[in-house]
Design a protein around this ligand. Structure first.
Ligand code: FES
Length: 121
């Protein structure tokens, strides 16, 4: 095994877990996960960032929301729950900050939620 440097400079992983959670509620895949994934792909394509920012699907990230889905921006961009498709622009902007090597401050340390209406502060 060798350490590796990823081709994309930033990665946004979207939970699309379709399975029922242990508490018998729907996973992100039955909520907004697939729609958030598609919204992020469209946002990255619109900005021409396909080589720098990758959008990937993943299974449970351990913070199962009641609405939206859970998303991780890596490396170092944070973990967010209750993400809606309308949050795609904010999340891609966080990935752009990583690509540019900028410091990535916490969006909202209290909840980890990206915010309603696309606001970040
Ligand atoms: S089902 Fe998505 S974080 Fe658990």
């Amino acid at each position: 095994m060798e350490p590796a440097t990823p081709t994309p400079r930033a990665r946004i992983s979207v939970c699309v877990n379709p399975a029922s959670r242990p508490d018998a509620r729907d996973g992100c895949g039955a909520l907004e996960g697939p729609d958030v994934y598609e919204a992020l792909r469209r946002e990255v394509a619109k900005r021409g960032l396909g080589r720098e920012v990758w959008i990937t699907r993943t299974w449970c990230l351990g913070i199962c929301p009641d609405r939206g889905c859970t998303v991780e921006v890596a490396p170092g961009g944070g973990l967010y729950r209750e993400v809606e498709p309308s949050d795609a622009g904010v999340l891609v902007e966080r990935a752009v900050e990583i690509v540019r090597g900028a410091a990535v401050p916490a969006l909202d340390g209290s909840s980890g939620h990206v915010g309603d209406g696309g606001t970040t502060e």
